[in-house]
Structures are given as structure tokens and as C-alpha cells.
Design a protein around this ligand. Sequence first.
Ligand code: GAR
Length: 197
Amino acid sequence: MKNIVILISGGGSNMAAIVRTAQRDSWAKTLGARVAAVISNKADAKGLIFAREQGIATEVLDHTAFASREEFDTALAQLIDRFDQSSEPVLVVLAGFMRILTPGFVNRYAGRLVNIHPSLLPAFTGLQTHQRAIDAGCQFAGVTVHQVTAELDHGLILAQGVVPVLHGDTADALAARVLSQEHLIYPRAIAELLQHL
Ligand code: GAR
């Protein structure tokens, strides 16, 4: 069985969409894959509640307890590797995980570490993507699923979803429109990736 480990920091709605799709489409049978664990760097991440309700193993690793980024990432990799089997490498899915990862961590999981970013990359890397898209006068915005590399919000694009920017949009309204696309394309992109892993 291929183990999927999902990293979150907050609401976890993308994680929930992936878990629900895995159940609905019987990934265990069709893809030989399962969501094995959800790890958060924040103890109060709401997504942890959903994951526990689904009977998924959860872990909290508080980044503020570590002196450096490297030490946190080393501890994170140790947690993840509990779900790594020699025959079936773990797939690491960043779903609203608001941490910059070190090159050492990224290289360790090269080719099996993916992220979802709420913009049409390569436009608007980083934060406040929706407000920046509105301020720039973009008529379309969206979301990108990509392989993670050492450079923030770069890496091979696996899937994108596009939504219109409507007249008078606020960042919150646009974010909600984009998020509903995220819930469709992220599970789809992961299923695709699992077939080639
Ligand atoms: C999502 O919009 C995701 O694209 C974004 O955080 C949100 C998490 O929502 N990720 C980033 O901004 C990463 N740079 P969720 O916790 O409900 O899935």
C-alpha cells in the first residue's frame, strides 16, 4: 500500500477533499494507496479534528519548539518516514502547510512531494495571492498543483484550475471561488501522480 502523508497548518479543507475522494473512489483498491497520516505544525489546526474523526493517524510537530528550520525539518522527516515503506515510497502532500522547507527536506522527497498554491503560477508566488491578483487587474485567477523544489512555489506544474475575477471581488470572495477549484483539482492530481509513483 502506498502511504500518503498530508501536512497541514490550518483548516485542512484540501486535506478533507483528498480524504473524501480517496474514500469515494476506493483508492485502496484502485490505486493501492491510502491517507496514512495527517501532520500539523499547529496543535489547534482545525483539520486535525476531521482527520481524527476519519480514524487517520494525526501528529503535531510544533515548529516553535525547534531552534532552527533544519532541526524542525529533520524531526518532520523522521515522523513522515514512519510511514515510508522500502517497497512503496511515501507521497508527501502539502495542503495549506505554511512553512518554508529546507533544501535537505525537499531533496529527500524529490518527485514525491507536492504542493497546492492559490495562484496561477508562475504568477504570484508567496502570500496574499488573491489581493495581488485583484490589484494587478487580473481577469482570471486560479490554483496550481506543483512538484516542490527548493525554490518557493516553483517546480513542475502538475495541474491548474482557472476561475474568473469578478467585478468588485474582494480577496475573500476570490479565495472562496479558488478554494472550490482546489478541492477538485488536488485530489485529481494526486490520483494521477499515484499511478506513476
Ligand atoms: C489553500 O488555499 C491553499 O492553496 C493555501 O492555503 C489554503 C489552505 O486551505 N496554500 C498556500 O497559500 C501555500 N502557500 P485549507 O487548509 O483549507 O486546505
